[in-house]
Design a protein around this ligand. Structure first.
Ligand code: GDP
Length: 301
């Protein structure tokens, strides 16, 4: 999932990461239309191939987030969406056919932080606190080419402090095994020290030092998306689709989904003891096609 204020470069980064155009014909809203903008949830599926392994990836975008004049609880449609995916999974897992469950749970949320402020804004804190127990949040500093390296270091430091201060639990990279080789340990240390990743996106390929690279061409030079001296894009991509994909899924399953499941079962049992004639014991959000057989099984369980 990608989330953050519009204009921070979310679709451009997704394009650079997975070479897929989220919005070939996106219609941008006028300022007037955005005054009371509601957050939309848009799903796109892309097929990517990584070292011969084919992956089907679903990207969920959240246009409109933080756009309105009043952004109180503007993360609600997003928390509801995450809960709905958990609920669907819970129903499928409790149903008769558990072999081929389609897992639509959100395994990672890339949260874009503006490079122009002095750290987190209230809406950033609100969003992350509303979602941190439900999904792996990976905070990103957007449009990192707007800042010089010392400013990036300062902003990263500040964001790390604020994440701590507000008790936000962002995704924690797992400890590296002690028997890994030195190179791997060094890479792992660098990865952890770089968080929150400062990223740059671009939809265009430009020529730099005789090579065609994905980058942004300015009158004073070229910013290369995949140059590690320019930004943390490569670290982010490697972490997402190579080194940490399984861990992200494991944490979703073992921590976030387990929390949801435990909470759900607790509510079900207390509701059932209160009112045994209740229609559906699953508490939270109504799904479009409740399956009678599954409902019955869940009640019996
Ligand atoms: P979204 O609304 O968050 O999806 O943002 P877009 O991807 O549509 O980008 C908004 C504008 O910012 C476009 O003009 C992009 O070309 C530009 N942009 C995207 N990524 C970057 C970046 O990393 N650095 C800079 N300077 N501009 C960017």
């Amino acid at each position: 999932m990608v989330a953050g204020e519009s204009g921070l470069g979310k679709s451009t980064l997704v394009h650079s990461l997975f070479l897929t155009d989220l919005y070939k014909d996106r219609k941008l809203l006028s300022a007037e239309e955005r005054i009371s903008q509601t957050v939309e949830i848009l799903k796109h599926t892309v097929d990517i191939e990584e070292k011969g392994v084919k992956l089907k990836l679903t990207i969920v975008d959240t246009p409109g987030f933080g756009d309105a004049v009043n952004n109180t609880e503007c993360w609600k449609p997003i928390t509801d969406y995450v809960d709905q995916q958990f609920e669907q999974y819970f129903r499928d897992e409790s149903g008769l056919n558990r072999k081929n469950i389609q897992d639509n749970r959100v395994h990672c949320c890339l949260y874009f932080i503006s490079p122009f402020g002095h750290g987190l804004r209230p809406v950033d804190v609100g969003f992350m606190k509303a979602l941190h127990e439900k999904v792996n949040i990976v905070p990103l500093i957007a449009k990192a080419d707007c800042l010089v390296p010392s400013e990036i270091r300062k902003l990263k430091e500040r964001i790390r402090e604020e994440i701590d201060k507000f008790g936000i639990h962002v995704y924690q990279f797992p400890e590296c095994d002690s028997d890994e080789d030195e190179d791997f340990k060094q890479q792992d240390r660098e990865l952890k020290e770089s968080a929150p990743f400062a990223v740059i996106g671009s939809n265009t390929v430009v020529e730099a030092k005789g090579q065609r690279v994905r980058g942004r061409l300015y009158p004073w030079g070229i910013v290369e998306v995949e140059n590690q001296a320019h930004c943390d894009f490569v670290k982010l991509r490697n972490m997402l689709i190579r080194t940490h994909m399984h861990d992200l899924k494991d944490v979703t399953c073992d921590v976030h989904y387990e929390n949801y499941r435990a909470h759900c079962i607790q509510q079900m049992t207390s509701k059932l003891t209160q009112d045994s004639r209740m229609e559906s014991p699953i508490p939270i959000l109504p799904l479009p096609t409740p399956d009678a057989e599954t409902e019955k099984l869940i009640r019996m369980k």
